[in-house]
Design a binder for this molecule. Structure first.
Ligand SMILES: Cc1cc2nc3c(=O)[nH]c(=O)nc-3n(C[C@H](O)[C@H](O)[C@H](O)COP(=O)(O)OP(=O)(O)OC[C@H]3O[C@@H](n4cnc5c(N)ncnc54)[C@H](O)[C@@H]3O)c2cc1C
Length: 454
């Protein structure tokens, strides 16, 4: 199959943009595809898939390029870069938007928020809508509207045969079920329809940052607050170190903090009142709270996660609970982190997320209320082993508190024979294998959180 007639671009090693396009978010991933196809249409995607198959090349699919495991790029294979397919159409009914397979959350929010609408996304605007949604998607609107994948209404998918199929509740519903959490296993998603929801012009972003030294006192109270909070509040406790940056007061540079970041999906004034107790648990070192438009909230953390600069290894686990024993183990692990650039978050997963039946989507079980992510970030290749070993050691330590599952958008480097199977659990995994067998029986799309066809 020829790539001569495609409307997009074909890049090979030595071409001007080749190096810029193969760079993804995790600076530790340095892979050189034989060909990069920058697609502009489903027809381009079809040509790329068929070309790869005829040439015997492995296929990597890149949307936002944020997956820390580096699935978006491969050595020697064909990289399908969807980032030019980033159009967003907000339907005049304002209840849904059609989003290109390579759009970012910045693209979607830019198109929908002027109409007072949004759908649950992630916390960083440069993350791809597709990659985040296909494995779940946790963001600031999850308490009211669930995961991103819960809001996926339909999708267009180019299969390994080059066929373009539609997935919805009425056409190929098994495929839609699989796309709601089952990752990029079934084909290349070229367009997605999402449910849109009304948002207020301004919302409350609450983020008092307390010294990590008093986290053992703060976290049980935060746990109680979140467990009793209305659905409108979505939050996480985020551990970090204040960088030596003029954006922060110099006297707190280098201090380790836990920020109780929370967004209220509702009127800002009401949000300010509801979140006030979180800001009064003790004397914060600094309080980042304020009222602002949702679109601004969606970009607040962008600057601290620049593309391609840092080396990263992020891994998650769902916790059975957050009692004092768990908190002790989290804090004791964090005290040993080798890099001050590292983050770690405890995400609360109540509200609408928890009310979706486990069999309704491939994301599966929703009974867990807390997720711990260990997000090691560092600069030098010399520190790779220390940081990766720290996450793995801490992750192993936490397994006694874990439900046994992890969030596949934070999968380490994707290593471990049973990682994906364990992440879904046996029932969901078996059902996913059936969907995989129907849509990609030869496992052509295997550079991902891979489901082996049954
Ligand atoms: C800085 C940062 C912040 C993050 N914040 C959040 C957050 O707030 N909430 C959250 O839930 N996650 C978050 N994540 C994790 C994120 O959801 C995953 O990394 C996700 O895979 C990123 O999607 P992407 O499209 O950007 O990535 P890519 O690396 O481009 O894609 C990852 C994989 O998804 C599949 N895929 C992507 N697009 C398609 C497509 N169109 N068709 C078929 N398969 C496709 C492919 O297998 C691909 O290799 C964050 C990650 C980073 C690096």
């Amino acid at each position: 199959m020829s790539l001569d007639d495609i409307s997009g671009l074909v890049l090979r090693p030595g071409d001007a943009d080749y190096d810029a396009v193969r760079v993804i978010w995790n600076g530790m991933i340095d892979r050189r595809p034989a060909i990069i196809v920058r697609c502009r249409s489903a027809a381009d995607v079809r040509a790329a898939v068929l070309h790869a198959r005829a040439a015997g090349l492995a296929i990597a699919v890149r949307s936002g390029g944020h997956n820390v495991a580096g699935y978006a790029v491969c050595d020697g294979g064909l990289m399908i870069d969807l980032s030019l397919m980033n159009s967003v159409r907000v339907h005049p009914s304002l209840d849904r938007a059609t989003v290109g397979g390579g759009a970012t959350w910045a693209d979607l929010d830019a198109a929908a928020t002027p109409f007072g609408r949004a759908t649950p996304g992630g916390l960083i605007s440069a993350t791809g809508v597709a990659g985040l949604t296909l494995s779940g998607g946790v963001g600031w609107l999850r308490g009211t509207h669930g995961l991103s994948c819960d809001n996926l209404l339909a999708a267009d998918v180019v299969l390994a045969t080059g066929e373009l199929v539609h997935a919805s509740e009425t056409q190929n519903p098994d495929l839609l079920w699989g796309l709601r959490g089952g990752g990029g296993n079934f084909g290349v998603v070229t367009a997605m329809d999402f449910a849109l929801h009304p948002i207020e012009p301004e919302m409350m972003f609450c983020a008092p940052a307390y010294p990590e030294e008093i986290a053992a006192d703060i976290l049980p109270r935060w746990r109680g607050f979140m467990a009793a909070a209305p659905d409108s509040l979505s939050g996480l406790a985020e551990f970090s170190t204040i960088p030596a940056d003029p954006a922060y007061p110099q006297e707190i540079w280098g201090r380790r903090v836990v920020a109780l970041a929370t967004v209220h999906d509702g009127p800002a004034e009401e949000g300010e009142r509801l979140t006030m107790p979180l800001r009064q648990l003790a004397e914060p070192l600094i309080d980042f709270s304020g009222r602002m438009p949702y679109r601004v909230i969606q970009t607040l953390f962008d600057g601290i996660f620049p593309k391609g600069r840092d080396r990263c290894y992020w891994k998650s686990t769902y916790l059975k609970g957050l009692d004092e024993d768990v908190i002790h183990d989290i804090l004791s692990g964090l005290s040993r982190r080798p890099s001050e650039m590292t983050y770690s978050s405890i995400w609360y997963l109540g509200g609408a997320v928890s009310r979706v039946a486990p069999e309704a989507t491939a994301f599966g079980d929703r009974s867990m209320r807390w997720m711990l992510s260990l997000d090691a970030i560092w600069s030098s290749p010399d520190d790779d082993a220390a940081n990766i070993d720290w996450v793995r050691g801490q992750w192993d330590e936490m397994q006694r508190h874990s439900t046994g599952r992890l969030y596949l958008n934070f999968p380490g480097l994707g290593e471990g024979d049973t990682l994906v199977r364990d992440a879904f659990g046996p029932g969901t995994y078996a059902r996913l294998q059936e969907v995989k067998r129907r849509y990609d029986p030869q496992n052509i799309f295997h550079l991902n959180q891979n489901i082996v066809p049954s």
